[in-house]
Design a protein around this ligand. Sequence first.
Ligand SMILES: Cc1cc2nc3c(=O)[nH]c(=O)nc-3n(C[C@H](O)[C@H](O)[C@H](O)COP(=O)(O)OP(=O)(O)OC[C@H]3O[C@@H](n4cnc5c(N)ncnc54)[C@H](O)[C@@H]3O)c2cc1C
Length: 453
Amino acid sequence: MLIKRPQNIVVVGGNAAGAAAAAKAKRNSPSSNVILYERSKFISTGTCELPYLISGEIKDYKDIVFFSADSFKEEKQVEVFVEHSVESIDRRSKKIAVKNVISGHIYYQDYDKLILTTGSSAINHPDLLEPSQNLFHLKSVPDYIKIDNYLKSNKCKDVLIIGGGYIGLETTESFHKSGFNVTILERDSLPLGNSEIEIKNRIKETLEKKNIRFYGNSDRLKVFKEGNYIKKIVANGIIFEPDMVIVSIGFKPRTQIGQAAMLNIGKYNGFKTDSFLKTNDPNILSAGDNSEVTNFITKKNDYIPLATIAHSMGHIAGDNASGAFNKFLPVIKNIAVKLFDNCYSQVGLTHKEATEHRFNFEVITAEVPNLVKVMSNTKPTFGKILYEKNSKQILGASFFGQQEAIGNADIIATLIQNKITGSTLYNANYNYSPPCSPFINLLSVLGRKINKD
Ligand SMILES: Cc1cc2nc3c(=O)[nH]c(=O)nc-3n(C[C@H](O)[C@H](O)[C@H](O)COP(=O)(O)OP(=O)(O)OC[C@H]3O[C@@H](n4cnc5c(N)ncnc54)[C@H](O)[C@@H]3O)c2cc1C
């Protein structure tokens, strides 16, 4: 079959999804002009690595800028325009308005296929809407550069993190490792909003052990400023006088230009696409943090802003914009977080989500040593699995321990994806080596409990 290749494929946004989409489209269709517009100075950055710049585990932000506009063009044959913002889409004439953010000049670019990979933006705290010189987000390389410049030119000791989700926790650890006094203010009573109670308590204990102050139920903040500087924040009558405030309360999909062009938006305000990642305009696709996905377990639309998902969606959008017909399959949420000496992972649904989606499910938990007991570096490892009562299909799991917590979540994701029941975990052939793995694996213990039910 002869595939008709589009002449101009234009990608808006050049991070995880956009860089993948542009590279894939050009690889698939070398005769097309593939053009990438990015509003900031940087394309193809390692956003997930940002906290580790603060801790010094990654030395220089340039190490997480994987391509410059020039190197991307040279290696991928994609025309890249950084510091160019796409302002609007005219679907009838198939043109976009592009603004050079330095000169302010606006011009128009034709497209045959348009891929929107505009990502997400950090949510502002309602009590901290006004910009202040010591108020920051950590969402992008430019955000990191602002934080770094501020730290270099001001004496800072006390850092207040607003939000105890996984990114707030990673940021907390990084500042703590760099010698700052860190305090977290969180709206809920415990950290890691949506996760299991056993995990939240373990995370709170970890923070306490490191002398990190955690204040739950702190949703209303009274902010006192001196000019452009946050001097004092009062939450629940407690006074905080931070040198620096980092707001980390989540992301929202960035869809404004698509909404203005009447593209469909879903329940979570992300672009709603079909399984080929086409919006309601067949010439416009979307991918990454600006888009909703189908959740493999609930079969419903969901919003899961993760780099792994953004990258895969970008590939498929690039493929399909250049003439292929590849489906983006429903996804299983699978996240991993390292917090000081522990790792946490969560895969599939949490107890709260399984309840909200009205599954009829059972819960089992276990805590066992992660190595054979006699090894001096043995640590406890905790696991919790939720499974459907009748079918014994796993709905979700959480682990808290050492590195094995991360691998366990990947095993569970594979089971869920292949519809293999939780009982199978009991009979699996686990390896054993005293310095690496336990004689009786946590997953086997959990599988035995599912079998007994
Ligand atoms: C601190 C931190 C840690 C994280 N850790 C992890 C992790 O460990 N694992 C994981 O899987 N995920 C992690 N994530 C999430 C992950 O970074 C995002 O899911 C991923 O960056 C999404 O990529 P994206 O390309 O869809 O969107 P974005 O990264 O938001 O990029 C969108 C790009 O589009 C540009 N843009 C927007 N509008 C326009 C316009 N109109 N014109 C031109 N350009 C435009 C923006 O400037 C931006 O560069 C983390 C995120 C943060 C902030």
